[in-house]
Design a protein. Structure first.
Length: 576
Protein backbone atom coordinates (compact mmCIF):
# COMPACT_ATOMS: atom_id res chain seq x y z
CA UNK A 1 0.00 0.00 0.00
CA UNK A 2 1.09 3.56 -0.65
CA UNK A 3 1.82 6.10 2.06
CA UNK A 4 -1.50 7.50 3.19
CA UNK A 5 -2.42 10.83 1.60
CA UNK A 6 -5.74 12.56 2.21
CA UNK A 7 -8.26 12.00 -0.61
CA UNK A 8 -9.14 14.82 -2.99
CA UNK A 9 -12.63 15.30 -4.41
CA UNK A 10 -12.58 17.42 -7.55
CA UNK A 11 -15.66 19.19 -8.98
CA UNK A 12 -16.15 21.37 -12.03
CA UNK A 13 -19.57 22.86 -11.30
CA UNK A 14 -21.76 23.96 -8.42
CA UNK A 15 -24.26 21.14 -9.05
CA UNK A 16 -21.60 18.65 -7.94
CA UNK A 17 -20.79 20.26 -4.59
CA UNK A 18 -23.66 18.61 -2.68
CA UNK A 19 -22.64 15.16 -3.94
CA UNK A 20 -19.03 15.94 -3.06
CA UNK A 21 -19.97 16.82 0.52
CA UNK A 22 -21.77 13.48 0.88
CA UNK A 23 -18.65 11.67 -0.30
CA UNK A 24 -16.40 13.66 2.05
CA UNK A 25 -18.63 12.68 4.99
CA UNK A 26 -17.19 9.15 4.78
CA UNK A 27 -13.63 10.22 3.90
CA UNK A 28 -12.12 11.94 6.97
CA UNK A 29 -9.56 14.55 6.05
CA UNK A 30 -10.62 14.75 2.40
CA UNK A 31 -10.33 18.09 0.59
CA UNK A 32 -12.89 19.48 -1.84
CA UNK A 33 -11.35 21.16 -4.90
CA UNK A 34 -13.61 23.33 -7.06
CA UNK A 35 -13.16 25.17 -10.35
CA UNK A 36 -12.81 28.89 -9.67
CA UNK A 37 -15.69 30.97 -10.99
CA UNK A 38 -18.02 27.97 -11.22
CA UNK A 39 -18.06 26.71 -7.64
CA UNK A 40 -18.41 28.15 -4.16
CA UNK A 41 -18.22 26.68 -0.66
CA UNK A 42 -15.21 24.50 -1.58
CA UNK A 43 -11.99 24.01 0.38
CA UNK A 44 -9.59 24.87 -2.44
CA UNK A 45 -10.30 26.74 -5.69
CA UNK A 46 -8.30 25.98 -8.82
CA UNK A 47 -8.13 27.54 -12.26
CA UNK A 48 -6.37 24.82 -14.26
CA UNK A 49 -8.04 21.39 -14.05
CA UNK A 50 -5.28 19.39 -15.75
CA UNK A 51 -2.45 20.84 -13.68
CA UNK A 52 -4.36 20.41 -10.42
CA UNK A 53 -5.29 16.81 -11.18
CA UNK A 54 -1.77 15.84 -12.22
CA UNK A 55 -0.24 17.49 -9.16
CA UNK A 56 -2.59 15.63 -6.80
CA UNK A 57 -2.00 12.33 -8.64
CA UNK A 58 1.78 12.81 -8.38
CA UNK A 59 1.41 13.36 -4.64
CA UNK A 60 -0.35 9.99 -4.34
CA UNK A 61 -3.71 11.44 -3.32
CA UNK A 62 -6.75 9.21 -3.91
CA UNK A 63 -8.74 11.14 -6.52
CA UNK A 64 -12.51 11.26 -6.87
CA UNK A 65 -13.53 13.28 -9.91
CA UNK A 66 -17.20 14.18 -10.09
CA UNK A 67 -17.14 14.39 -13.85
CA UNK A 68 -16.92 12.19 -16.94
CA UNK A 69 -14.47 9.30 -16.75
CA UNK A 70 -12.98 10.28 -20.11
CA UNK A 71 -11.62 13.63 -18.95
CA UNK A 72 -9.88 11.95 -16.02
CA UNK A 73 -8.34 9.26 -18.22
CA UNK A 74 -7.13 11.68 -20.90
CA UNK A 75 -5.65 14.03 -18.30
CA UNK A 76 -3.69 11.39 -16.40
CA UNK A 77 -2.80 8.96 -19.20
CA UNK A 78 0.72 10.40 -19.75
CA UNK A 79 1.53 9.78 -16.07
CA UNK A 80 0.63 6.08 -15.96
CA UNK A 81 3.71 3.88 -15.60
CA UNK A 82 3.58 1.67 -12.50
CA UNK A 83 0.27 0.25 -11.31
CA UNK A 84 1.75 -0.54 -7.91
CA UNK A 85 2.29 3.18 -7.30
CA UNK A 86 -0.93 4.54 -8.79
CA UNK A 87 -3.30 6.03 -6.21
CA UNK A 88 -7.02 5.22 -6.44
CA UNK A 89 -8.84 7.12 -9.18
CA UNK A 90 -12.63 7.14 -9.43
CA UNK A 91 -15.19 8.88 -11.59
CA UNK A 92 -18.54 9.77 -10.03
CA UNK A 93 -21.54 10.99 -11.98
CA UNK A 94 -22.58 14.57 -11.33
CA UNK A 95 -25.85 13.43 -9.75
CA UNK A 96 -24.17 10.64 -7.78
CA UNK A 97 -25.89 7.90 -9.79
CA UNK A 98 -22.69 6.09 -10.78
CA UNK A 99 -19.37 5.30 -9.09
CA UNK A 100 -16.67 3.95 -11.42
CA UNK A 101 -13.24 2.86 -10.14
CA UNK A 102 -10.65 3.52 -12.86
CA UNK A 103 -7.17 3.03 -11.40
CA UNK A 104 -5.48 1.88 -8.21
CA UNK A 105 -6.57 -1.74 -7.88
CA UNK A 106 -3.46 -2.45 -5.82
CA UNK A 107 -4.19 0.46 -3.53
CA UNK A 108 -7.78 -0.09 -2.56
CA UNK A 109 -9.79 1.63 -5.29
CA UNK A 110 -12.57 -0.99 -5.17
CA UNK A 111 -12.99 -0.69 -1.41
CA UNK A 112 -13.05 3.09 -1.80
CA UNK A 113 -15.68 2.74 -4.53
CA UNK A 114 -17.83 0.61 -2.22
CA UNK A 115 -17.64 3.19 0.58
CA UNK A 116 -18.61 6.02 -1.75
CA UNK A 117 -21.36 4.01 -3.41
CA UNK A 118 -22.83 3.12 -0.02
CA UNK A 119 -23.19 6.75 1.05
CA UNK A 120 -24.69 7.59 -2.37
CA UNK A 121 -27.00 4.55 -2.21
CA UNK A 122 -25.88 3.08 -5.55
CA UNK A 123 -23.98 0.01 -6.73
CA UNK A 124 -20.30 0.60 -7.62
CA UNK A 125 -19.31 -0.33 -11.17
CA UNK A 126 -16.58 -2.78 -10.14
CA UNK A 127 -15.25 -4.82 -13.07
CA UNK A 128 -12.30 -6.65 -11.49
CA UNK A 129 -12.94 -10.35 -12.16
CA UNK A 130 -11.43 -11.61 -8.91
CA UNK A 131 -13.45 -9.19 -6.83
CA UNK A 132 -16.65 -10.18 -8.56
CA UNK A 133 -16.18 -13.96 -8.45
CA UNK A 134 -14.61 -14.33 -5.01
CA UNK A 135 -16.33 -11.36 -3.31
CA UNK A 136 -13.00 -10.21 -1.93
CA UNK A 137 -9.99 -8.20 -3.08
CA UNK A 138 -6.79 -10.15 -2.57
CA UNK A 139 -4.68 -7.34 -4.06
CA UNK A 140 -6.05 -4.71 -1.65
CA UNK A 141 -6.87 -6.35 1.68
CA UNK A 142 -9.11 -4.52 4.17
CA UNK A 143 -7.78 -2.27 6.91
CA UNK A 144 -5.79 -4.26 9.44
CA UNK A 145 -4.06 -6.53 6.90
CA UNK A 146 -0.97 -6.07 4.74
CA UNK A 147 -0.10 -8.17 1.67
CA UNK A 148 3.60 -9.02 1.91
CA UNK A 149 4.13 -10.21 -1.68
CA UNK A 150 1.88 -8.30 -4.11
CA UNK A 151 4.12 -9.23 -7.06
CA UNK A 152 2.96 -12.85 -6.72
CA UNK A 153 -0.71 -11.95 -6.50
CA UNK A 154 -1.51 -11.59 -10.21
CA UNK A 155 -0.51 -15.17 -11.13
CA UNK A 156 -2.02 -16.42 -7.87
CA UNK A 157 -5.39 -14.93 -8.74
CA UNK A 158 -5.12 -16.21 -12.31
CA UNK A 159 -4.58 -19.73 -10.98
CA UNK A 160 -7.62 -19.38 -8.73
CA UNK A 161 -9.73 -18.19 -11.65
CA UNK A 162 -8.48 -21.20 -13.63
CA UNK A 163 -9.82 -23.58 -10.96
CA UNK A 164 -7.04 -23.98 -8.37
CA UNK A 165 -7.97 -24.58 -4.71
CA UNK A 166 -6.47 -22.62 -1.82
CA UNK A 167 -5.50 -23.66 1.69
CA UNK A 168 -6.21 -20.98 4.31
CA UNK A 169 -3.50 -21.04 7.00
CA UNK A 170 -4.48 -18.74 9.83
CA UNK A 171 -7.58 -16.78 10.72
CA UNK A 172 -9.14 -13.89 8.79
CA UNK A 173 -12.90 -13.50 8.58
CA UNK A 174 -12.73 -11.49 5.36
CA UNK A 175 -11.15 -14.53 3.66
CA UNK A 176 -13.07 -17.35 5.34
CA UNK A 177 -16.37 -15.57 4.63
CA UNK A 178 -15.52 -14.96 0.98
CA UNK A 179 -16.29 -17.19 -2.01
CA UNK A 180 -12.69 -18.31 -2.41
CA UNK A 181 -12.30 -22.02 -3.30
CA UNK A 182 -10.92 -22.97 0.14
CA UNK A 183 -9.63 -26.54 0.53
CA UNK A 184 -7.17 -27.80 3.20
CA UNK A 185 -5.46 -29.79 0.44
CA UNK A 186 -5.26 -26.94 -2.05
CA UNK A 187 -2.14 -26.40 -4.12
CA UNK A 188 -2.18 -22.70 -3.27
CA UNK A 189 -1.89 -21.22 0.23
CA UNK A 190 -2.92 -17.99 1.88
CA UNK A 191 -1.07 -17.50 5.17
CA UNK A 192 -2.16 -15.00 7.82
CA UNK A 193 0.62 -14.42 10.31
CA UNK A 194 2.45 -11.69 12.20
CA UNK A 195 5.63 -13.76 11.94
CA UNK A 196 8.43 -13.06 9.48
CA UNK A 197 8.10 -15.68 6.74
CA UNK A 198 9.48 -16.00 3.24
CA UNK A 199 6.65 -15.76 0.69
CA UNK A 200 6.59 -17.93 -2.41
CA UNK A 201 4.75 -17.71 -5.71
CA UNK A 202 2.15 -20.23 -4.51
CA UNK A 203 1.67 -18.59 -1.10
CA UNK A 204 0.24 -15.16 -0.44
CA UNK A 205 1.25 -13.85 2.99
CA UNK A 206 -0.92 -11.37 4.86
CA UNK A 207 0.35 -9.71 8.01
CA UNK A 208 -2.49 -8.76 10.39
CA UNK A 209 -2.16 -5.60 12.48
CA UNK A 210 -2.03 -7.46 15.78
CA UNK A 211 1.24 -6.22 17.31
CA UNK A 212 1.34 -3.42 19.87
CA UNK A 213 4.67 -1.87 20.79
CA UNK A 214 4.63 -0.05 24.12
CA UNK A 215 7.22 2.50 25.22
CA UNK A 216 7.09 4.00 28.69
CA UNK A 217 10.07 6.32 28.78
CA UNK A 218 12.83 7.90 26.73
CA UNK A 219 14.82 5.14 25.02
CA UNK A 220 17.53 7.25 23.44
CA UNK A 221 17.60 9.69 20.56
CA UNK A 222 15.24 9.24 17.63
CA UNK A 223 17.59 7.17 15.48
CA UNK A 224 18.62 4.99 18.43
CA UNK A 225 14.98 4.37 19.34
CA UNK A 226 14.09 3.37 15.78
CA UNK A 227 17.07 1.00 15.53
CA UNK A 228 16.28 -0.56 18.93
CA UNK A 229 12.64 -1.28 18.06
CA UNK A 230 13.52 -2.62 14.63
CA UNK A 231 16.11 -4.96 16.16
CA UNK A 232 13.61 -6.17 18.77
CA UNK A 233 11.19 -7.09 15.99
CA UNK A 234 13.92 -8.98 14.14
CA UNK A 235 14.96 -10.84 17.30
CA UNK A 236 11.32 -11.82 17.96
CA UNK A 237 10.87 -12.79 14.28
CA UNK A 238 7.93 -10.43 13.95
CA UNK A 239 6.93 -8.57 10.78
CA UNK A 240 7.03 -4.76 11.02
CA UNK A 241 3.95 -4.71 8.79
CA UNK A 242 1.97 -6.33 11.63
CA UNK A 243 2.66 -3.47 14.04
CA UNK A 244 -0.66 -1.70 14.62
CA UNK A 245 0.59 1.18 16.70
CA UNK A 246 2.98 2.57 19.28
CA UNK A 247 1.42 2.87 22.73
CA UNK A 248 2.62 4.74 25.80
CA UNK A 249 1.50 6.48 29.00
CA UNK A 250 0.31 10.03 28.32
CA UNK A 251 3.25 11.32 30.36
CA UNK A 252 5.55 10.21 27.53
CA UNK A 253 3.55 11.89 24.76
CA UNK A 254 6.08 14.70 24.33
CA UNK A 255 8.99 12.27 23.79
CA UNK A 256 10.11 12.79 20.16
CA UNK A 257 11.60 9.28 20.05
CA UNK A 258 8.13 7.71 20.40
CA UNK A 259 6.80 9.72 17.48
CA UNK A 260 9.92 8.96 15.44
CA UNK A 261 9.37 5.22 15.91
CA UNK A 262 5.72 5.62 14.92
CA UNK A 263 6.69 7.51 11.77
CA UNK A 264 9.35 4.94 10.87
CA UNK A 265 6.81 2.12 11.13
CA UNK A 266 4.06 4.25 9.54
CA UNK A 267 1.64 3.66 12.41
CA UNK A 268 -0.11 6.00 14.87
CA UNK A 269 1.09 6.75 18.38
CA UNK A 270 -1.59 6.40 21.07
CA UNK A 271 -1.49 7.24 24.75
CA UNK A 272 -3.14 6.10 27.99
CA UNK A 273 -4.09 8.33 30.91
CA UNK A 274 -3.03 7.35 34.45
CA UNK A 275 -6.57 6.18 35.24
CA UNK A 276 -6.58 3.86 32.23
CA UNK A 277 -3.41 2.12 33.45
CA UNK A 278 -4.06 2.36 37.19
CA UNK A 279 -5.48 -1.16 37.61
CA UNK A 280 -2.67 -2.83 35.65
CA UNK A 281 0.03 -0.87 37.45
CA UNK A 282 -1.46 -1.93 40.80
CA UNK A 283 -1.00 -5.55 39.71
CA UNK A 284 2.76 -5.05 39.46
CA UNK A 285 3.16 -4.43 35.74
CA UNK A 286 5.58 -1.70 34.73
CA UNK A 287 4.19 1.18 32.60
CA UNK A 288 5.33 -0.32 29.28
CA UNK A 289 3.81 -3.70 30.09
CA UNK A 290 0.60 -2.04 31.27
CA UNK A 291 0.30 -0.07 28.02
CA UNK A 292 0.90 -3.21 25.94
CA UNK A 293 -1.76 -5.16 27.83
CA UNK A 294 -4.22 -2.26 27.62
CA UNK A 295 -3.76 -2.19 23.84
CA UNK A 296 -4.08 -5.92 23.18
CA UNK A 297 -5.60 -7.65 26.19
CA UNK A 298 -2.75 -10.17 26.15
CA UNK A 299 0.46 -10.65 28.12
CA UNK A 300 3.53 -8.90 26.67
CA UNK A 301 6.82 -10.43 25.67
CA UNK A 302 9.69 -10.07 28.15
CA UNK A 303 11.73 -7.05 27.04
CA UNK A 304 13.81 -4.20 28.53
CA UNK A 305 11.89 -2.35 31.24
CA UNK A 306 10.94 0.62 29.05
CA UNK A 307 9.67 -1.53 26.16
CA UNK A 308 7.01 -4.18 25.71
CA UNK A 309 5.52 -6.03 22.74
CA UNK A 310 2.16 -7.78 22.87
CA UNK A 311 0.21 -9.64 20.20
CA UNK A 312 -3.59 -9.49 20.02
CA UNK A 313 -5.63 -12.47 18.75
CA UNK A 314 -7.31 -10.24 16.12
CA UNK A 315 -6.24 -7.09 14.29
CA UNK A 316 -6.56 -4.03 16.47
CA UNK A 317 -7.71 -0.58 15.43
CA UNK A 318 -5.38 1.83 17.24
CA UNK A 319 -7.82 4.68 16.66
CA UNK A 320 -10.17 3.06 19.19
CA UNK A 321 -7.48 2.60 21.86
CA UNK A 322 -6.25 5.27 24.26
CA UNK A 323 -6.04 8.73 22.74
CA UNK A 324 -3.80 10.55 20.28
CA UNK A 325 -1.41 13.23 21.45
CA UNK A 326 -3.49 16.35 21.85
CA UNK A 327 -2.76 19.23 19.53
CA UNK A 328 -3.33 22.91 20.13
CA UNK A 329 -2.79 25.30 17.25
CA UNK A 330 -3.22 29.02 17.77
CA UNK A 331 -4.01 30.33 14.30
CA UNK A 332 -4.49 33.67 12.61
CA UNK A 333 -7.09 33.92 9.86
CA UNK A 334 -5.73 37.22 8.61
CA UNK A 335 -8.05 40.24 8.49
CA UNK A 336 -11.00 38.17 7.30
CA UNK A 337 -10.98 37.37 3.60
CA UNK A 338 -10.33 33.70 2.82
CA UNK A 339 -7.66 34.50 0.22
CA UNK A 340 -5.55 35.98 3.03
CA UNK A 341 -5.62 32.78 5.04
CA UNK A 342 -2.35 30.85 4.77
CA UNK A 343 -2.25 27.27 3.42
CA UNK A 344 -0.83 26.19 6.79
CA UNK A 345 -3.84 27.64 8.62
CA UNK A 346 -6.25 26.00 6.18
CA UNK A 347 -4.62 22.61 6.74
CA UNK A 348 -4.85 23.04 10.51
CA UNK A 349 -8.53 23.96 10.26
CA UNK A 350 -9.27 20.93 8.08
CA UNK A 351 -7.71 18.51 10.56
CA UNK A 352 -9.05 20.20 13.71
CA UNK A 353 -11.77 18.56 15.77
CA UNK A 354 -12.58 21.67 17.83
CA UNK A 355 -12.58 25.40 17.16
CA UNK A 356 -12.25 27.80 20.09
CA UNK A 357 -12.72 31.54 19.86
CA UNK A 358 -14.83 34.66 19.70
CA UNK A 359 -17.92 33.99 17.54
CA UNK A 360 -17.05 36.71 15.03
CA UNK A 361 -13.64 35.13 14.44
CA UNK A 362 -15.01 31.58 14.24
CA UNK A 363 -17.40 32.75 11.54
CA UNK A 364 -14.42 33.93 9.47
CA UNK A 365 -13.24 30.37 8.79
CA UNK A 366 -16.32 29.70 6.63
CA UNK A 367 -16.74 26.19 5.26
CA UNK A 368 -13.43 25.12 6.83
CA UNK A 369 -15.33 25.06 10.11
CA UNK A 370 -17.98 22.62 8.87
CA UNK A 371 -18.27 19.52 11.05
CA UNK A 372 -16.08 20.95 13.82
CA UNK A 373 -17.16 21.38 17.43
CA UNK A 374 -17.40 25.12 18.05
CA UNK A 375 -16.66 26.61 21.48
CA UNK A 376 -17.70 30.27 21.41
CA UNK A 377 -16.93 32.81 24.12
CA UNK A 378 -16.97 36.55 24.71
CA UNK A 379 -14.09 38.48 23.22
CA UNK A 380 -12.82 39.51 26.68
CA UNK A 381 -12.61 35.98 28.06
CA UNK A 382 -9.15 35.26 26.69
CA UNK A 383 -7.72 33.39 29.68
CA UNK A 384 -10.83 31.25 30.18
CA UNK A 385 -10.76 30.49 26.46
CA UNK A 386 -7.10 29.48 26.65
CA UNK A 387 -7.76 27.13 29.60
CA UNK A 388 -10.67 25.53 27.77
CA UNK A 389 -8.54 24.96 24.68
CA UNK A 390 -5.71 23.42 26.70
CA UNK A 391 -8.11 21.16 28.60
CA UNK A 392 -9.68 19.98 25.34
CA UNK A 393 -6.29 19.26 23.79
CA UNK A 394 -5.21 17.34 26.88
CA UNK A 395 -7.98 14.81 26.13
CA UNK A 396 -6.46 14.06 22.72
CA UNK A 397 -8.49 16.53 20.68
CA UNK A 398 -7.05 18.57 17.84
CA UNK A 399 -7.92 22.12 18.84
CA UNK A 400 -7.60 25.33 16.86
CA UNK A 401 -7.77 28.61 18.79
CA UNK A 402 -8.90 31.14 16.20
CA UNK A 403 -7.75 34.76 16.12
CA UNK A 404 -8.17 37.29 13.38
CA UNK A 405 -5.04 38.89 11.97
CA UNK A 406 -1.90 37.35 13.46
CA UNK A 407 -2.42 35.34 16.68
CA UNK A 408 0.78 36.66 18.22
CA UNK A 409 -0.12 40.35 17.84
CA UNK A 410 -2.55 41.46 20.55
CA UNK A 411 -4.27 38.10 20.26
CA UNK A 412 -4.68 34.60 21.66
CA UNK A 413 -1.14 33.21 21.38
CA UNK A 414 0.03 35.33 24.29
CA UNK A 415 -3.05 34.42 26.35
CA UNK A 416 -2.35 30.69 25.90
CA UNK A 417 1.29 31.02 26.97
CA UNK A 418 0.35 33.21 29.92
CA UNK A 419 -2.00 30.49 31.16
CA UNK A 420 0.66 27.84 30.54
CA UNK A 421 3.14 29.90 32.54
CA UNK A 422 0.94 30.76 35.51
CA UNK A 423 -1.58 27.88 35.79
CA UNK A 424 0.34 24.87 34.52
CA UNK A 425 -1.39 21.50 34.82
CA UNK A 426 0.55 18.23 34.46
CA UNK A 427 -1.80 16.99 31.74
CA UNK A 428 -0.97 20.02 29.58
CA UNK A 429 2.65 18.87 29.31
CA UNK A 430 1.65 16.25 26.73
CA UNK A 431 0.10 18.72 24.28
CA UNK A 432 1.73 19.50 20.94
CA UNK A 433 1.44 23.30 20.68
CA UNK A 434 2.09 25.40 17.60
CA UNK A 435 1.41 28.96 16.49
CA UNK A 436 0.41 29.52 12.86
CA UNK A 437 0.88 33.14 11.77
CA UNK A 438 -1.60 35.23 9.85
CA UNK A 439 -1.54 38.51 7.98
CA UNK A 440 -1.84 41.24 10.61
CA UNK A 441 -4.31 44.09 10.34
CA UNK A 442 -1.50 46.63 9.98
CA UNK A 443 -0.02 44.66 7.05
CA UNK A 444 -3.39 44.42 5.33
CA UNK A 445 -4.11 48.11 5.89
CA UNK A 446 -0.71 49.10 4.55
CA UNK A 447 -1.05 46.89 1.47
CA UNK A 448 -4.47 48.32 0.65
CA UNK A 449 -3.12 51.84 0.28
CA UNK A 450 0.53 51.45 -0.67
CA UNK A 451 3.51 51.02 1.64
CA UNK A 452 3.22 53.22 4.73
CA UNK A 453 5.19 50.63 6.74
CA UNK A 454 8.10 50.80 4.31
CA UNK A 455 10.52 52.06 6.98
CA UNK A 456 10.80 51.57 10.76
CA UNK A 457 7.47 51.23 12.49
CA UNK A 458 5.91 50.05 15.74
CA UNK A 459 2.50 48.94 17.03
CA UNK A 460 0.72 50.27 20.12
CA UNK A 461 -2.63 49.20 21.51
CA UNK A 462 -4.70 52.06 22.90
CA UNK A 463 -6.64 49.71 25.17
CA UNK A 464 -5.87 50.37 28.84
CA UNK A 465 -7.63 47.21 30.08
CA UNK A 466 -4.40 45.25 30.56
CA UNK A 467 -1.90 48.10 30.97
CA UNK A 468 -2.16 51.56 32.54
CA UNK A 469 -2.75 54.60 30.39
CA UNK A 470 0.42 56.20 31.75
CA UNK A 471 2.47 53.49 30.01
CA UNK A 472 0.54 53.97 26.77
CA UNK A 473 1.16 57.74 26.87
CA UNK A 474 4.86 57.14 27.48
CA UNK A 475 5.12 54.77 24.51
CA UNK A 476 3.21 57.06 22.14
CA UNK A 477 5.50 59.95 23.04
CA UNK A 478 8.63 57.81 22.68
CA UNK A 479 7.55 56.40 19.32
CA UNK A 480 6.51 59.80 18.02
CA UNK A 481 9.76 61.41 19.18
CA UNK A 482 11.75 58.59 17.54
CA UNK A 483 9.80 59.24 14.31
CA UNK A 484 8.39 55.73 13.91
CA UNK A 485 5.37 55.06 11.75
CA UNK A 486 2.84 53.96 14.39
CA UNK A 487 0.06 51.40 14.04
CA UNK A 488 -2.70 51.97 16.58
CA UNK A 489 -4.66 48.84 17.52
CA UNK A 490 -7.93 48.94 19.53
CA UNK A 491 -8.22 52.72 19.07
CA UNK A 492 -11.81 53.25 20.25
CA UNK A 493 -14.54 51.19 21.89
CA UNK A 494 -17.97 51.97 23.34
CA UNK A 495 -16.40 52.38 26.78
CA UNK A 496 -13.18 54.04 25.59
CA UNK A 497 -13.48 57.21 23.52
CA UNK A 498 -11.00 59.61 25.09
CA UNK A 499 -7.75 57.65 24.59
CA UNK A 500 -7.50 58.37 20.87
CA UNK A 501 -8.05 62.09 21.50
CA UNK A 502 -5.23 62.06 24.03
CA UNK A 503 -3.00 60.16 21.61
CA UNK A 504 -3.64 62.77 18.89
CA UNK A 505 -2.60 65.55 21.25
CA UNK A 506 0.67 63.76 21.99
CA UNK A 507 1.33 63.11 18.30
CA UNK A 508 0.81 66.75 17.36
CA UNK A 509 3.77 67.65 19.57
CA UNK A 510 6.05 65.76 17.16
CA UNK A 511 4.10 65.64 13.86
CA UNK A 512 2.75 68.35 11.61
CA UNK A 513 -1.04 68.57 11.14
CA UNK A 514 -0.73 67.39 7.52
CA UNK A 515 0.99 64.09 8.50
CA UNK A 516 -0.67 61.27 6.50
CA UNK A 517 -2.91 58.97 8.53
CA UNK A 518 -4.46 55.74 7.20
CA UNK A 519 -7.84 54.61 8.51
CA UNK A 520 -8.69 51.00 7.62
CA UNK A 521 -11.99 49.50 8.77
CA UNK A 522 -13.50 46.00 8.34
CA UNK A 523 -10.46 44.76 6.45
CA UNK A 524 -11.23 41.74 4.30
CA UNK A 525 -14.90 41.82 5.29
CA UNK A 526 -18.11 43.32 4.02
CA UNK A 527 -18.00 47.10 4.32
CA UNK A 528 -14.22 47.43 4.04
CA UNK A 529 -12.99 51.03 3.79
CA UNK A 530 -9.42 52.26 3.57
CA UNK A 531 -8.69 55.96 3.26
CA UNK A 532 -5.99 58.52 3.96
CA UNK A 533 -6.56 61.71 5.88
CA UNK A 534 -4.41 64.33 7.57
CA UNK A 535 -3.56 64.02 11.25
CA UNK A 536 -5.51 67.23 11.89
CA UNK A 537 -8.65 65.50 10.56
CA UNK A 538 -8.36 62.48 12.88
CA UNK A 539 -11.03 62.37 15.60
CA UNK A 540 -12.32 59.60 17.89
CA UNK A 541 -15.55 59.42 15.88
CA UNK A 542 -13.55 58.30 12.82
CA UNK A 543 -12.62 54.91 14.32
CA UNK A 544 -13.91 51.93 16.28
CA UNK A 545 -12.59 48.52 17.43
CA UNK A 546 -12.70 47.24 13.84
CA UNK A 547 -10.38 50.04 12.71
CA UNK A 548 -6.60 50.02 12.41
CA UNK A 549 -4.91 53.43 12.30
CA UNK A 550 -1.50 54.03 10.73
CA UNK A 551 0.20 57.29 11.71
CA UNK A 552 2.85 58.36 9.24
CA UNK A 553 6.36 59.45 10.18
CA UNK A 554 7.79 62.81 9.18
CA UNK A 555 9.00 61.14 5.97
CA UNK A 556 5.73 59.44 4.98
CA UNK A 557 4.46 60.74 1.64
CA UNK A 558 1.32 60.61 -0.47
CA UNK A 559 0.91 60.25 -4.22
CA UNK A 560 -2.25 61.53 -5.86
CA UNK A 561 -4.08 59.09 -8.12
CA UNK A 562 -6.21 59.93 -11.14
CA UNK A 563 -9.42 58.93 -9.35
CA UNK A 564 -8.77 61.38 -6.49
CA UNK A 565 -7.55 58.63 -4.17
CA UNK A 566 -4.05 58.46 -2.73
CA UNK A 567 -1.13 56.10 -2.40
CA UNK A 568 0.67 56.39 0.92
CA UNK A 569 4.25 55.24 1.41
CA UNK A 570 7.25 55.77 3.66
CA UNK A 571 10.56 56.00 1.76
CA UNK A 572 13.25 53.40 2.44
CA UNK A 573 15.96 56.04 2.75
CA UNK A 574 15.89 58.23 5.82
CA UNK A 575 17.65 61.51 4.98
CA UNK A 576 17.20 65.14 5.99
Amino acid sequence: MMTKVAPAVVVLGQNSVAVARKIISVLPGATLYGLAGRTSGVDVSFTNFSETLRELFAQGAPLIGICAAGILIRTLAPMLSDKRQEPPLLAVAEDGSAVVPLLGGLNGVNDLARRIAEVLDVQPAITTTGDLRFRTALLSPPAGYHLANPDDAKKFISDLLAGAQVNLAGRAAWLSNSQLPIDPNGDLTIRITERLVTPTANCLVYHPATIAIAISDIIGCENEAIALVQQLLVDAELAPASVAGIFAPISAASDPAIHAVARALEVPARFFTPNQLKSLLSQGYNPAQAAAIAATGTSPLSLPIHLAIAIAPEPIDPNTIGQPRGRLAIIGTGPGASQWMSPQVKEILKSATDLVGYKTYLDLVGSLGDGKQRHESDNREEEARARMALDLAATGRSVAVVSSGDPGIYAMATAVFEVLDHDAKPEWDSIDIQVAPGISAMQAAAAAIGAPLGHDFCAISLSDILKPWSIIEQRIAAAAQADFVIAFYNPVSKERTWQLAQAINILLQYRTPDTPVVLAKNLGRQGQTVKAIALSQLTPTAADMRTIILIGSTKTRTISRSNDNLWVYTPRRYTD
